[in-house]
Design a binder for this molecule. Sequence first.
Ligand code: ZN
Ligand code: ZN
Length: 75
Amino acid sequence: MCYRVECKQCKEYSRGGCGEHLATLYASIDKGKHCMCKSWPGVVVPTEETATEQTPSGGVSTSATTTTGISRFLH
Ligand SMILES: [Zn+2]
Ligand SMILES: [Zn+2]
C-alpha cells in the first residue's frame, strides 16, 4: 500500500510505497497539497484554472480586427 511522504522540495505531500495505489493516495490528500515535483502515474490530475485567463490584452486587438473584416465584407 502506498503512503504519503512530505516532499523536501515543496513541503507538500509526495508519495511512497509500491506505486500501485497512487489514485487512492492522491484522493486521500487534500486539494492543493499534492507534490508536483514528481508525476503521479495513473492519476488524472485535474487541470488548474491558471492558463485559462490569459486573454485580456490580446482579446481587444482581435475583436477590432474582426469588426474591420465584417464591415469590409458588408460593403
Ligand atoms: Zn501501494
Ligand atoms: Zn515536491
